[in-house]
Design a protein around this ligand. Sequence first.
Ligand SMILES: Nc1nc2c(c(=O)[nH]1)N[C@H]1C(S)=C(S)[C@@H](COP(=O)(O)O)O[C@H]1N2
Ligand SMILES: [Mo]
Length: 400
Amino acid sequence: MEDTDQKQQNTIGRRAFVGGIIPVLAAATVPAWAAKSELLPPPVSVAGTFPGLITREKEPLNLEFPFPTLQDRITPNNQFFIRSHFNIPKIDAASWKLTIGGEVRQEISFSYEDIKKLPVKTVMATIECAGNGRANLVPKVKGLGWEQGGVGTANWTGVPLSVLLDKAGIKSGAVELILEGEDQGTITEEPKSPGVIKFSRSMPISRAQQSDVIIAYQMNGKALSAEHGFPVRVIVPGWYGMASVKWLTKITATATPYDGYWQTLEYAYWKRKAGLPTLTPVTTLQVKAEIARPVLHELLTAGSTYRVFGAAWVGDSKVSKVEVSADEGKTWNPAKLIDQPVANAWQLWEYSWNVPAAAGRYKLMARATDQKGNTQPERHDPDRRNYMVNFMAPVEVEVA
Ligand SMILES: Nc1nc2c(c(=O)[nH]1)N[C@H]1C(S)=C(S)[C@@H](COP(=O)(O)O)O[C@H]1N2
Ligand SMILES: [Mo]
């Protein structure tokens, strides 16, 4: 009896969470740990202030944007998906600092206030989790079951990472930067971590020095929320989300490539080099169009016109076209790109579909092609493991 009550309570709790009742309370109350400093703003919490997010996991917090509700190019902060591997760290901005060390002329630390005094840059960028779309893979793969909404676009504001690197003085022998977050924990499922680890990723110095890589403290003009990396995070436009390390505390320049957990055992794929599969860190966003509407199994009126609508993106190139097929890929029709191109930011697109007069089931597919000529594959390449999922996922609709 008691057991049943408990279960029921959990279910209600979950409903309330999805419905935004509990989180609204949480958002309105400043947690004690956040109120320590009177001078600096405590982190806000956005989770739960938008009731429509899909809960993929509660602890650690993983929420998906409901892609069928897509409206604007910029994803509002409280609708932006949340991907966390550990619990959200409690950081006091007053005592927080970012340290750059390793192969540098001079180890250097920056406070939150220091960072905000440096040159300001805003970059519009789409962040997609490398596991987005994996729920569509057959057979099922391990990992969180993101459908379409492990992706979003924001205007990120901060200081170019290169400005900080210049102050530290990167030594000529350095090849990579390791970026570390404050969040930590033990991964107890395979592949297990060697005890407690932090979230960390590396990138070549050459990439880190490009002017679009920023240490961001704002998202769409507001201070980063606790969930999205307060006080600062990296933004690596054009790369999958794992590169954009949140809750950043430490940057280490190294003379040899880094083989940390989050770029070998996770977020790595088999790249064929001279015919040999070589485990390689996931980096560049693969070209992809997603259909927001119609939704799976939507009922459409025979003989009507329907506005098929979605977004398309790619890293390190530009989307050159999006096409739509309603006949299993036999014929393709050009969609209209609505937004002006911005490097590494998605573009919304639309296609006016003449819904057939004949009732039945139809499969809609969208495919994007980039300026390098890459287009979406029909099937997921197993070398990519459960990452970089950009095969054309059909949306079946009912016409009556
Ligand atoms: N410190 C830290 N940074 C992190 C992560 C994390 O778990 N810890 N998750 C990464 C992954 S896998 C993604 S997809 C993005 C998601 O960013 P968001 O939660 O702001 O959407 O953050 C990245 N940065
Ligand atoms: Mo991710």
